[in-house]
Design a protein around this ligand. Structure first.
Ligand SMILES: Cc1cc2nc3c(=O)[nH]c(=O)nc-3n(C[C@H](O)[C@H](O)[C@H](O)COP(=O)(O)O)c2cc1C
Length: 351
């Protein structure tokens, strides 16, 4: 998430069971040319285990994506190309969702990247053995859908055609955000489109869903267990027999943005943020700092009712009045003292 998924946050969500942590979108061109851009955009942990990290780039030139990927490959598990950002500044520069109209270019970018990583000595042949290899690196793409789903089907078909170098598909997995570039995030995701896409492509490439994953207990669909998916859905006997419940076949994983921001323990199957997650986040933030205003915003999100089905203020760690008070903290010490007062038993002793 742009602005938010910095190292301390990635470490926190990984602690609570998130398997793969994305960086915010980084502009490949700036990253390649500017050392300060590299230092500010991409921070890794030198102490303790690095959460499995996917570095997401915004790019529209194959050599730029390949070069930036080559720079981060020693420190990351994989690289991802953002074809979903709907913001006008990105689209007017043919970045993000604008790339959904440039399927050949997207294919060229991922093939160039895979070739570069191969030349650098990484295991990117797309073979089963690469998954467990310490030198294995993934190349993936995150997309939105088109209003006319046939265009999305053409887009994915183009992406999955075997690459000349390896004779395997040039992407390792695909993340689908089933909204169009114009759909507001308040409109529910398009489950019909998603189910057509996973039925068509889900056996050829692992597909992750991004959008409206609010709690693991309240997913608006059922999914068939596949050997590789480790999440549970609401596939209880009653929802399977309910004809109004969508069924999404061949789904390999779930990505969350807004809900994870307010509840980093989402993938530990917690329906709301526990105090311990706030404490852990502060602990990580002190070792991997970020601007204080950002810390404050993170903590305020975590202390809010979040995105789960129960939106009542009383399920939040802090009520509305307390959250307003929280936002008046001026520095880390004030923030820790404030939370110390609020959390039953105090906070920050481990910091
Ligand atoms: C604050 C924020 C920052 C985001 N930054 C990115 C980003 O850098 N790259 C990206 O592909 N999507 C980004 N997204 C979009 C999300 O990945 C996701 O597709 C969208 O929010 C829907 O998922 P959700 O319902 O889990 O929030 C961002 C979303 C939010 C709310």
């Amino acid at each position: 998430m742009v602005r938010y998924s910095k190292l301390a946050f990635r470490q926190t969500v990984h602690h609570y069971g998130t398997d793969l942590c994305w960086t915010p979108m980084i502009l490949a061109k700036e990253f390649n040319r500017n050392k300060f851009a590299r230092d500010s955009d991409f921070t890794i942990s030198t102490a303790g285990p690095q959460p499995p990290t996917i570095v997401q780039f915004g790019a529209n030139v194959p050599q730029e994506l390949a070069r930036a990927s080559s720079l981060v490959a020693p420190f990351a598990s994989g690289v991802d190309l953002n074809c979903g950002c709907p913001q006008s500044w990105a689209c007017s520069s043919t970045l993000g969702a604008a790339l959904m109209e440039k399927r050949e270019l997207v294919r060229d970018m991922v093939i160039e990247t895979r070739n570069q990583l191969h030349q650098d000595g990484w295991d990117v042949a797309g073979l089963e053995k690469d998954i467990n290899s310490p030198k294995g690196r993934s190349v993936s793409v995150k997309i939105r859908v088109h209003k006319d789903l046939r265009k999305t089907i053409d887009f994915i078909t183009t992406l999955l055609a075997p690459s000349p170098l390896t004779s395997t598909r040039p992407i390792d997995f695909l993340t689908i955000h089933p909204r169009t570039r114009q759909t507001p995030s308040s409109t529910p995701i398009n489950l019909d489109s998603l189910s057509i896409l996973t039925s068509t492509f889900g056996t050829q490439v692992p597909i992750l869903l991004s959008g409206d994953v609010f709690t693991l207990d309240s997913l608006p669909f059922t999914t068939s267990p596949t050997p590789n998916n480790t999440f549970t859905s609401s596939s209880t006997p009653s929802s399977i027999t309910d004809p109004t419940t969508h069924h999404i076949p061949h789904l390999s994983g779930l990505m969350s943005a807004r809900a994870l921001l307010s509840n980093p323990a989402l993938f530990a199957n917690k329906n709301s943020c526990p105090w311990e997650a706030v404490e852990l986040f502060l602990n990580k933030t002190i070792k991997a700092p970020m601007p204080f205003k950002l810390v404050l915003h993170h903590v305020s999100e975590m202390c809010s009712p979040g995105m789960g089905p129960d939106q009542r203020d009383k399920v939040a760690l802090l009520n509305r009045h307390e959250r307003a008070e929280l936002m008046r903290c001026g520095d880390m010490l004030e923030l820790i003292e404030f939370l110390e007062d609020k959390k039953p038993g105090g906070i920050g002793r481990g910091v």
